[in-house]
Design a protein around this ligand. Structure first.
Ligand code: PEP
Ligand code: MG
Length: 947
C-alpha cells in the first residue's frame, strides 16, 4: 500500500495523499478515522510505462515536442538540459499519470513510486546533495505544468525536503545565513499547510490564518515589513504555523522529505481540478482531459545573499518587437519578488535602461551587464541559443545562486500584435523563418490591436465593469444617456453613449459618440453591428450596469457614474473604466504592409467587407477589401431627413402613397450607390434589398408622432393607429426581409432602379461596375423567382433606357434553414449565395439574436456551449446547413458564387471553416478585413503546408 485519499471531517474536503510509505499512511489513516473521515485506497493498476522523465546535467529523457506528455514547462526544461544549458536537475511526472489519477479514484499507476525514487537519486547525483541529509540536503520544488500555460491557476510547493535537521545544512550552504534558511522553512510550512493540507480561511471574512500569524508577530514587535522579521521571529512563526495546522487539520506538517514529496505531487495533480483552474479552462477552451504534468526540480536560490539574483527576460522586446534582449532582475530576491513589483527592478542591460522613460526609478540603478559582466555574457549567449533553437521569441526565467547562473524556464513569449508582426517579418529577413512559418506565427486576432487607438499600456486603470468586446478600440468621453444629446454635445465634446440597448433611431448619436456602451445585447446586436461598421469602439451586453435614465446615472457594483462623468472603454477587451485613460496612436507600419502582402500570396479565398457608407468603404479598401459582400441599404435610410420619408412610405395607406414616398427616396439612394461604385472601381458590390422589420423605422415617442403627423398632414391619432397596427409580437420572424418586397414590390423596384441608374452613371465615367443585387431572407423558391423577375425587369428597363450595358448579378442570402434545405432549387434562380449566418444561427438554434445575452453567458460558464455561436460559427450544427446549402446549390448551379456575410465572416476559426468547405469569399466589417485575410491564408497553409 503506497497511498490514499482522506476526506477530512472538518474541512469536508478530500485531502489526497499520493504515495506514502506504509507507516505514514497508516498513521494518517488512523488519525482521520478517529476523526470520522472517509478513506479511499489506491488501486494497483499494472502499468509499466515510463511515467517519469528526468533532466539535468546536460541530458534529458524528454524533448520540446513532448508537451502533451510533459506539459510545456517540463518539455522545455528537458530541451534546455539537452542543449547543455544549465538547468537545475529534476524530473517530470507525465500528464498520463494525472489522467490515471482522476480515472482511478485518485490512485497512481503501479511503478510510479520506483520511478520517482530513481528520479530523486539521479537529481542527488547531478546536484551533489542528498534527500534528508542534514549536512547537504537536496531541496526541491513541486510545480504544475500543463501542455498550455495556465498562469497561477494551479499549485506549487517550494523548499520540500526542509525539516528541523536539514535546515542546518541549508544554513551552512548559505554561509550561515540563518535568517534566509528560516525564511525558506517558513515559506515551506506555509505552502504545505495551505496547498497540501488544505488550511484555508474558514470563510470569506476570515483573514488567511498564516498571514494573520505573521501580522500578529509584526504588531507585537511594532514593525511593518516582513524583511524586518528576525531569525527568532521566523522560528516562532514556524512553530505557530505548525500548531495551527495541527489544530485545524488534525495532521502534522511532515518532516520526512518523501512524505512531503508525495504530498506535494498529489496536491499538484489535485489542483488541475480546482474551481479556478476549471473556470480558466472554460474561458480558454482547454480540454479538461489533458491533465497537468508535475515537475520536481532542485531548488536554486536567488535570495541567498549579495551574489544571488533572479530575473525575467525576453529575447526581443515584447511590446515593440525590437530585436533587443530585454529583461529585469533583482539582487538577493526570489522569482515572485520580480513579478510582484514591490521592489524596483533593475534592467539587465544598458540598452534596456536607456530606453526607459525619464523619471522611471529603474533608470538610476545599475545593470546586470555592468555588475556581473561574465554572467550577463553567459545569459546573453543562452538567450541567443534558445531563440534560434526555438525559432521564436522566448520568455525566460533565470536565477543566479552564489555566482552561478541557472535557467528555470523558457517558453514562447506573449507579445503585442505590433511586436508579433515585427518579429515575424524580422525573422524572415534573418532567415530564421520562411514566409509560411511567419504567417502561421501571428494570431489573426492580434491584428485587431494594430489598427485601433489603444490605451497606454502603462496607464493606471480603474475598471468598473466588463461586457462583450463588440467593436475594438479605445474611447474616452463623458457619459451621455440619450442619442439626441450625444449628437448635439458630441459635435464639440467627447461623449460615450451609454444605453440599455440601441435602436436604429440612435444612429446619429452613435455616430457622434467616441464610444458606445450597452447593458444588453450580444455581438450581433444592433449596437454591436453598427458600431463595428462605423469603427466606433463599443462594449455591449455589459450586464453589470444598472442604468437609470430618469436620474441620468448608472451604477456598476458600488460605483455610481453620473451624466457628464468621464469614462474610458476598451472595445477590444470589453472593459469599462472610470476617468480619462490616455491613449496612444497605432500606425500601419512597413512591416505590417510587407506581412499582409505575404498573407495575400497564400490566401485562396477572397475577403470582402460589410460596408454601407463611403467612410466605411474607404476604410475597408485601406484594409485590403476586395469587394463589398454586404451593403445593408436600410442603414442608408436613417440619416437626416430620410427617416421621415421612410416613415411616410411605411405609414402610407396604399401603394400610391408608398410610391410617392419612394420617389423621394430614389435620388438619395442613387447618390449613395454612385459614391460607393466610384470608390470600389471595378470590384464587386453586393447590395442587399431592404431587410429589417418595418417597426424599427416607426416613430415611438409622442414628439416623433406629432412631427410625422404634421409632415403628412394627418391627425396624430391616425399615425398612432397605424403604428399600433404595424406592431408585431415577433418582428425578427415577422414582416421583414424579402417579405417586404413581396408585399410591397414597389420597394424592390425603387431600390433596383437606384442601383442600376447609379451603375450606369458611374460606368459612363469610365469606371467598371459590378453590382450584385441580393434578396434577403428567402425561404421559398417562389420568393426568389418573383423578386428576381422584378429586379431583372427594372434593371433591363434602366439599362435599355440609358443605352448602357452593365453586367449585374441577382442572388440571395441563405439565412433561413429552409433555404439551405432547398438550395438546389433556389440555386437555379440565383447567381450567388451569401450565407447570412447571424439569422441562420438565430433560426437554427432558435435563440433570439437580441435576447441570447440573457442566457448565453451562463450556458458558456456551465459548458452547455463552448462558444457564443453568434461570434464563432457553430460548425457542428449551423455548419451542416451551410455545407448542405453549398453542395445542393452547386449541384444544380456549378457556377454559383458563394460567400458569407454574417458576423462570422471576420472570425478566424469561422473563416477557416469557410475556406475548408469551398466558399469563394468571406465578408466582414472593415476593421476585421486584415484579420480575415490572415485567417484565410493560415487556413490554406494549414490545409496544405507544402503548396
Ligand atoms: C445575417 O443574418 O447574417 C446578415 C448578415 O443579415 P443581418 O445581420 O442584417 O440580419
Ligand atoms: Mg439577416
Amino acid at each position: 500500500m503506497i497511498g490514499g485519499g482522506i476526506a477530512h471531517p472538518k474541512s469536508k474536503q478530500n485531502v489526497w495523499f499520493g504515495a506514502l510509505n506504509d507507516r505514514v499512511a497508516a498513521s494518517l489513516v488512523m488519525g482521520i478515522k478517529e476523526a470520522g473521515g472517509k478513506v479511499n485506497f489506491l488501486t494497483n493498476n499494472k502499468m509499466n510505462k515510463k511515467l517519469v522523465y528526468s533532466f539535468g546535467g546536460g541530458q534529458a529523457d524528454g524533448r520540446a515536442d513532448m508537451k502533451n506528455l510533459l506539459g510545456g514547462k517540463g518539455a522545455n526544461l528537458a530541451e534546455m538540459a539537452s542543449l547543455g544549458i544549465p538547468v537545475p536537475a529534476g524530473f517530470t511526472i507525465t500528464t498520463e499519470v494525472c489522467t490515471h489519477f482522476y480515472q482511478n479514484n485518485n490512485a497512481y499507476p503501479t511503478g510510479l513510486e520506483t520511478q520517482v525514487k530513481a528520479g530523486i537519486s539521479q537529481m542527488e547525483k547531478i546536484m551533489g546533495a542528498k534527500f534528508n541529509d542534514p549536512d547537504n540536503p537536496l531541496l526541491v520544488s513541486v510545480r504544475s505544468g500543463a501542455r498550455v500555460s495556465m498562469p497561477g491557476m494551479m499549485d506549487t510547493v517550494l523548499n520540500l525536503g526542509l525539516n528541523p535537521n536539514t535546515i542546518q545544512g541549508l544554513i551552512k550552504k548559505s554561509n550561515n545565513n540563518e535568517r534566509f534558511a528560516w525564511d525558506c522553512y517558513r515559506r515551506f510550512v506555509q505552502m504545505y499547510g495551505d496547498v497540501v493540507l488544505g488550511l484555508k480561511p474558514k470563510n470569506k471574512q476570515e483573514q488567511d490564518p498564516f498571514e494573520k500569524i505573521i501580522e500578529e508577530v509584526k504588531d507585537q514587535k511594532g514593525i511593518k515589513e516582513d524583511t524586518q522579521l528576525t531569525t527568532g521571529d521566523l522560528k516562532s512563526i514556524v512553530e505557530q504555523f505548525k500548531a495551527i495546522v495541527r489544530e485545524r487539520q488534525a495532521v502534522e506538517i511532515p518532516d520526512d522529505p518523501w512524505e512531503q514529496l508525495w504530498g506535494g505531487i498529489a496536491a499538484v495533480f489535485k489542483s488541475w481540478n480546482t474551481p479556478r483552474a476549471i473556470e480558466y479552462r472554460r474561458i480558454h477552451k482547454i480540454s479538461d482531459d489533458w491533465g497537468t504534468a508535475t515537475n520536481v526540480q532542485s531548488m536554486v536560490y536567488g535570495n541567498m545573499g549579495a551574489d544571488c539574483a533572479t530575473g525575467v527576460a525576453f529575447t526581443r522586446d515584447p511590446a515593440t518587437g525590437q530585436k533587443q534582449f530585454y529583461g529585469e532582475f533583482l539582487f538577493n530576491a526570489q522569482g515572485e519578488d520580480v513579478v510582484a513589483g514591490t521592489r524596483t527592478p533593475q534592467q539587465i542591460n544598458a540598452s534596456g535602461r536607456d530606453a526607459l522613460p525619464e523619471g522611471n526609478p529603474s533608470k538610476e540603478l545599475e545593470t546586470l551587464q555592468k555588475i556581473m559582466p561574465a554572467l550577463y555574457r553567459q545569459l546573453d549567449n543562452i538567450q541567443t541559443k534558445l531563440e534560434s533553437h526555438y525559432q521564436n521569441m522566448q520568455d525566460i526565467e533565470f536565477t543566479i545562486q552564489q555566482g552561478k547562473l541557472w535557467m528555470l524556464q523558457t517558453r514562447n513569449g506573449k507579445r503585442t500584435g505590433r511586436a508579433a508582426i515585427k518579429i515575424a517579418v524580422d525573422m524572415v529577413k534573418e532567415r530564421m523563418l520562411d514566409q509560411k512559418a511567419a504567417i502561421l506565427r501571428v494570431e489573426p486576432e492580434q491584428l485587431d490591436q494594430l489598427l485601433h487607438r489603444q490605451f497606454d499600456p502603462k496607464a493606471e486603470k480603474n475598471k468598473i465593469a466588463k461586457g462583450l468586446p463588440a467593436s475594438p478600440g479605445a474611447a474616452v468621453g463623458k457619459v451621455v444617456f440619450f442619442a439626441d444629446e450625444a449628437k448635439k454635445i458630441g459635435k464639440d465634446e467627447k461623449v460615450i453613449l451609454v444605453r440599455l440597448e440601441t435602436s436604429p433611431e440612435d444612429i446619429g448619436g452613435m455616430a457622434a459618440a467616441q464610444g458606445i456602451v450597452t447593458a444588453r445585447g450580444g455581438m450581433t446586436s444592433h449596437a454591436a453591428v453598427v458600431a463595428r461598421g462605423m469603427d466606433t469602439p463599443a462594449v455591449v451586453g455589459c450586464g453589470a450596469l444598472v442604468i437609470d435614465y430618469e436620474k441620468r446615472q448608472f451604477t456598476a457594483g458600488e460605483t455610481l457614474v453620473r451624466e457628464n462623468d468621464w469614462i474610458s472603454i476598451d472595445g477590444s477587451s470589453g472593459e469599462v473604466m472610470l476617468g480619462q485613460i490616455p491613449t496612444v496612436e497605432t500606425q500601419i507600419t512597413d512591416e505590417f504592409k510587407t506581412f499582409m502582402q505575404w498573407v495575400d500570396n497564400f490566401r485562396k479565398i477572397s475577403v470582402r467587407t460589410n460596408a454601407d457608407t463611403p467612410e466605411d468603404v474607404k476604410k475597408a479598401l485601406e484594409y485590403g477589401a476586395e469587394g463589398i459582400g454586404l451593403c445593408r441599404t436600410e442603414h442608408m435610410f436613417f440619416g437626416g431627413e430620410r427617416i421621415k420619408t421612410v416613415r411616410e412610405m411605411i405609414l402610407a395607406d396604399d401603394e400610391a402613397g408608398r410610391r410617392k414616398a419612394l420617389g423621394k427616396l430614389l435620388p438619395m439612394q442613387r447618390q449613395d450607390f454612385i459614391e460607393i461604385f466610384r470608390l470600389m472601381t471595378d470590384k464587386p458590390v453586393t447590395i442587399r434589398l431592404l431587410d429589417p422589420p418595418l417597426h424599427e423605422f416607426l416613430p415611438q415617442t409622442d414628439e416623433d408622432i406629432a412631427a410625422m403627423a404634421s409632415e403628412m398632414q394627418v391627425p396624430p391619432e391616425v399615425i398612432r393607429a397605424r403604428v399600433s397596427s404595424l406592431h408585431e409580437t415577433n418582428p425578427m420572424l415577422g414582416h421583414r426581409g424579402c417579405r417586404l418586397g413581396m408585399t410591397y414590390p414597389e420597394i424592390t423596384e425603387m431600390q433596383t432602379q437606384a442601383i442600376m441608374e447609379a451603375a450606369c452613371i458611374v460606368k459612363k465615367e469610365g469606371i467598371q461596375v459590378h453590382p450584385e443585387i441580393m434578396v434577403p431572407l428567402i425561404g421559398t423558391v417562389m420568393e426568389i423567382k418573383e423578386q428576381k423577375a422584378i429586379i431583372v425587369r427594372v434593371a433591363e428597363a434602366v439599362t435599355a433606357d440609358r443605352g448602357i450595358k452593365v453586367p449585374y448579378l441577382v442572388g440571395t442570402m441563405i439565412e433561413i434553414p429552409r433555404a439551405a434545405l432547398l438550395a438546389d432549387k433556389i440555386a437555379k434562380e440565383a447567381a450567388f449565395f451569401s450565407f447570412g449566418t447571424n439569422d441562420l444561427t438565430q433560426m437554427c438554434f432558435g435563440y433570439s439574436r437580441d435576447d441570447a445575452g440573457k442566457f448565453l453567458p451562463e450556458y458558456i460558464a456551465k459548458g452547455v456551449l463552448t462558444n457564443d455561436p453568434f461570434q464563432q460559427l457553430d460548425q457542428e450544427g449551423v455548419g451542416q446547413l451551410i455545407k448542405m446549402g453549398i453542395e445542393r446549390g452547386r449541384a444544380t448551379n456549378p457556377d454559383l458564387k458563394i460567400g458569407i456575410c454574417g458576423e462570422h465572416g471576420g472570425d478566424p476559426a469561422s473563416v477557416e471553416f469557410c475556406h475548408r468547405i469551398g466558399m469563394n469569399y468571406v465578408s466582414c466589417s472593415p476593421p476585421r478585413v486584415p484579420i480575415a485575410r490572415l485567417a484565410a491564408a493560415q487556413a490554406a497553409l494549414k490545409e496544405n503546408p507544402e503548396p
